[in-house]
Design a protein around this ligand. Structure first.
Ligand code: GAL
Length: 420
């Protein structure tokens, strides 16, 4: 009798365990939840191009496009953190290559290594070594990069520049000369949309790069260059001067709203990553005809880089299907469909160059010859905790413009977080 009872109990336990795993893992379901912040013009269409490839290959899978609007992940990252901490990760999520991935999610032990995928698909030979390094920790690879974006680009309205016989500014001094002419003509020189504070950090990181040069800029992230040094204080003063030439409603505007001001001729220029190129194209503008580009003032010869990638969180509900998505992300076909629309260059080195326009070809050339530096606002240079602190200091700085205070607080954050 006792034996019988034991057997019944054991069977019951087994059934319960199986039921638990069946519900918890959802591995039987044909679904894929892809989490990102790509909702604006250019980025949404780029994602759609990859979705189409995936669905062609996996017609029976329900694709859940889980986006949280807000440039640079300003809202998405908080939602993601809540989900990850609450034990309900999406199947895969957008994450910047570099310290946003390694210093945050990998350190937390939340990601699955993907070496097997790189080996199976022979990706080790098509991804640049430098890209593999920034997505790796202890020889384990943690995400699949889909692109390389450039942060330090100045975009300008060609009609306005032609009308006033202006050349796009190469240096910070040139910028102020051009800005003065435009302001005298009643045109707001620079469009800024920092309703997500990252856009102010984005502008400042490129002023820092222009003012300090690539080597000192890199030193800011390793602790070699102090944030309260005379160089950084001078860059902060330059930043204040630049802010004197931006649209008065910048705090209410998004990055794509600022790009739209350039299209509409309300402003003449904007400093934004090359997803703005994707935006302009999505709005029907012709690159080189309606708008032009230049490395942001003072940064010729430097490529401020970031990379969007997708990772596989531990306990992804539909792990096998997520791996199929990651396979599309890493494929030549996936990247050649996505990047010409997104405004980025492929992370792979074997792209079909015929598919890329004049701007993107110039970006490919610059990426292979310029000094590469990591973007802060887009997760390449610093872990999320440090970037969040930088944004906090920036929010107050944009309002108060207190150079000494900001330099002190930036340095305090660097002392705590710098990547030694
Ligand atoms: C960046 C991201 C880009 C683009 C941009 C604006 O952080 O890497 O792909 O989406 O934000 O949302």
């Amino acid at each position: 009798m006792r034996k019988m009872l034991g057997l019944v109990l054991l069977c019951g336990l087994l059934v319960l365990t199986l039921a638990f795993y069946a519900c918890g893992s959802k591995q039987g379901e044909k679904k894929l939840e892809v989490f990102s912040w790509w909702t604006a013009g250019g980025e949404a269409e780029g994602l759609e191009a990859m979705r189409k490839i995936f669905i062609n290959q996996n017609p029976d899978v329900e694709f859940i496009n889980a986006t949280v609007a807000g440039g640079a992940g300003s809202n998405a990252q908080a939602v993601l953190a809540t989900r990850m901490q609450g034990g309900s990760p999406p199947d895969t999520f957008q994450v910047h290559a570099g310290l946003e991935l390694i210093g945050s999610w990998v350190v937390a032990g939340a990601m699955e290594p993907l070496n097997f995928l790189f080996e199976e698909n022979d990706w080790m030979s098509v991804y640049p070594q430098g890209v593999i390094e920034i997505i790796s920790q202890d020889h384990k690879i943690y995400s699949v990069p889909v692109n390389i974006h450039r942060s330090n680009v100045l975009w300008y309205n060609k009609a306005i520049f032609n009308k006033f016989g202006l050349d796009p500014p190469e240096t910070l001094d040139d910028f102020f000369t051009v800005a003065e002419v435009l302001a005298d003509e009643g045109i707001t020189p620079l469009a800024l949309g920092d309703n997500g504070i990252w856009a102010a950090t984005h502008l400042f990181e490129n002023i820092l790069l222009g003012a300090l040069g690539p080597e000192k800029y890199k030193g800011l992230w390793t602790g070699k260059v102090k944030w309260d040094s005379a160089d950084v204080k001078a860059a902060l003063k330059t930043f204040v001067k630049v802010l004197g030439y931006v649209n008065t409603d910048h705090a209410a505007l998004s990055w794509d709203g600022a790009a739209q001001y350039v299209i509409d001729g309300k402003c003449a220029m904007t400093v934004m990553g090359d997803w703005a190129h994707g935006y302009f194209k999505a709005k029907g503008l012709k690159p080189g005809v309606d708008y032009g580009w230049m490395p942001s003032p003072g940064t010729i010869g430097a490529f401020n880089m970031l990379s969007d990638s997708f990772g596989l969180p531990k306990n992804a509900p539909h792990r096998k299907i997520a791996i199929k998505w990651l396979t599309v992300c890493g494929s030549k076909a996936g990247q050649d469909a996505f990047n010409p629309i997104k405004g980025s260059i492929p992370a792979r080195t074997d792209a079909d160059r015929n598919l890329y326009d004049a701007y993107l070809l110039s970006a490919m050339n610059d990426f292979s010859s310029d000094t590469i530096v990591p973007s802060c606002a887009h997760g390449a240079a610093a872990a999320q905790s440090w970037v969040t602190k930088i944004h906090d200091v920036m929010s107050i700085f944009v309002a108060e413009k207190d150079v000494e205070k900001a330099a002190r607080e930036f340095q305090a954050a660097a002392s705590r977080f710098a990547n030694k």
